[in-house]
Ligand binder design. Structure first.
Ligand code: MN
Length: 513
């Protein structure tokens, strides 16, 4: 069991009714138990499914959904109608359910038993119309849900449930998420800012500011021996020039100070119970650090890289929306092989159909996406309040496909924008010693970048090799936010129509609800 998921479960509730007698309900119960056991034993679901029995009346539905709401382990509810379950009995329960809902349209038996099928069989195996009756009330009540259609033993069906489970875990995680901002937004930047009150109402997470004067007590408590040990770990983990280990050099001192910054930030995040943070290169506290030795003498880029790999959300320049989203990406991706990172659109490379965007940042790219063992280097960095040699991990990303996502605040709502991207092999960058990826936004640079810009997307985004559009469809559905997908099939004309239609939809939607 994956550590981030082991304390979570999703509940399975089977719809039935007492019209066909107690024997039918006993059979429904037995089949449901077998199905839930089968799902758990499939090895395809990252979160355990717990069978919560049949619901045969309005009272029973309301009771089990109230229990789901109040159970901290329960991150979502799966419903399935084995028999016909008259849907008025789901109204009161659905009115109060505040956990993500997945409606599974399946059937206990795969094929019709042609020679044996009779009216008793028909009365018991009624998913074909029971699930439509349930679907009707969910649609009529405008309840957001994921619908999975398929045989419960099929890998494809189970994989759709698995995606939803991962998103449910990330959603539960973000309802208890604190993001700490070390410094404010980079001055004047619009797209990384937004309404933190609306974000807490809509997306769950809470954002706080922490001045460097409050960070300093944590800095002062870091023991030199712990810093020495962390530096030794760096040298063990990462490629590096042997000369960096010479303790008399400025480079060694910069690496040592980076390790101290990492230990300071980790201590703050642990003490506050925070799941993510932002930094700002123009706000690093004590400006007299070179004289006093007290404070961050460089951007804590190496620390940000390593903390991201541990699962802390990160956004540069005060970008708290990206910090929160990265944390959710990391949670969804647990146990998946290829990694995720905060990234920034850095420089364009016009090259016909291979036109691409270099993704990088000053320093802060997560080593989980590295194609090779990262290399620890120290180079002069001339941006921000500290113009000084700065430690960082340098690597290029794996080649392959993935998705990148961002959330922007449009003033009246949040908009999720998702773009499928293809990471390609970069050329060497001998004079740009930072971590990077090079990708072609799908369907190509012109359409991908064009639609992203029409949608108002950021220059920062949260990228993953392992997630797909389906994860983001589920996320947007659970959050109830607008979602726009730029895929292989997207055209600029249709996308612009969608933007215009959505303006009206989201204005009217609130009025209709
Ligand atoms: Mn940036």
């Amino acid at each position: 069991m994956i550590k981030e998921f082991e304390n979570y479960e999703v509940w399975f509730v089977t719809g039935a009714q007492l019209l066909y007698g107690g024997d039918a309900v006993v059979a429904v119960d037995g089949h449901s138990k077998e199905m839930v056991a089968g799902l758990n034993e499939s090895g395809r679901l990252p979160i355990k499914v717990v069978y919560k029995g049949t619901a045969n009346s309005s009272k029973e539905v309301a009771e089990v959904f109230a229990a789901a709401n109040n159970d901290k382990k329960c991150v979502g509810v799966i419903t399935w109608m084995h028999t016909f379950s008259p849907a008025k009995m789901w109204i009161h329960g659905l009115q109060i359910l505040n956990k993500p809902l997945l409606h599974l349209h399946t059937q206990y038996n795969a094929e019709i038993p042609w020679n044996d099928i009779d009216m008793d069989f028909m009365n018991l195996n009624q998913s074909a119309h029971g699930d439509r009756e349930f679907g009707h009330i969910v649609s009529r009540m405008r309840i957001r849900r994921k619908l999975v259609v398929g045989y419960w033993k099929d890998a494809a069906t189970q994989d759709h449930i698995a995606v939803w489970e991962r998103v449910c875990a990330a959603w539960a995680d973000s309802q208890d998420m604190l993001i700490i901002r070390f410094g404010d937004q980079m001055n004047n930047v619009a797209v990384t800012d937004g309404d933190k009150v609306a974000a807490e109402q809509t997306l769950g997470y809470h954002v706080d500011y922490m001045p460097f004067s409050d960070v300093m007590p944590f800095f002062d408590k870091v023991a030199d021996a712990d810093v020495d040990a962390l530096v030794a770990e760096y040298f063990k983990l990462y490629e590096h020039d042997a000369a960096l280990e010479d303790k008399s050099t400025e480079e060694y001192k910069k690496i040592w100070n980076s390790a101290k910054a990492e230990l300071t930030l980790r201590a703050v995040l642990t003490a506050k119970g925070a799941k993510g943070f932002t930094t700002n290169f123009d706000d690093l506290g004590d400006y007299n650090v070179d004289v006093t030795g007290r404070g961050f003498d460089q951007i804590p880029g190496l620390a940000s890289q390593r903390l991201m790999a541990e699962g802390y959300g990160f956004g540069a320049e005060g970008d708290w929306k990206s910090a929160a989203l990265y944390r959710s990406v990391w949670v969804m991706s647990q146990g998946l092989p290829n990694g995720c990172s905060f990234l920034e659109d850095y420089t364009l490379n016009f090259n016909g159909e291979q036109s691409s965007i270099l993704q990088a940042h000053m320093l802060e790219i997560c080593p989980l996406i590295a194609a090779q063992r990262p290399r620890l280097e120290v180079h002069f960095l001339g941006i921000g309040i500290r113009k000084t040699p700065t430690a960082r991990l340098v690597f290029t990303s794996k080649v392959g496909t993935g998705v990148t996502a961002t959330v922007v605040d449009l003033g009246n709502r949040f908009r999720l924008i998702v773009n499928d991207v293809k990471c390609i092999e970069p050329k060497p960058l001998p004079k740009l010693p930072v971590a990077s990826a090079l990708w072609i936004p799908q369907p190509n640079f012109e359409v991908g970048a064009g639609c992203w810009i029409y949608a108002g997307g950021t220059h920062h985004s949260c990228f993953s090799y392992d997630l797909t559009d389906e994860y983001w469809q589920d996320y947007a559905e659970i959050a109830g936010i607008e979602a726009l997908f730029i895929t292989e099939k997207t055209t600029v004309d249709d996308f612009r129509k969608e933007l215009r239609f959505n303006e009206v939809y989201y204005m009217l939607n609130k009025a209709l609800m």
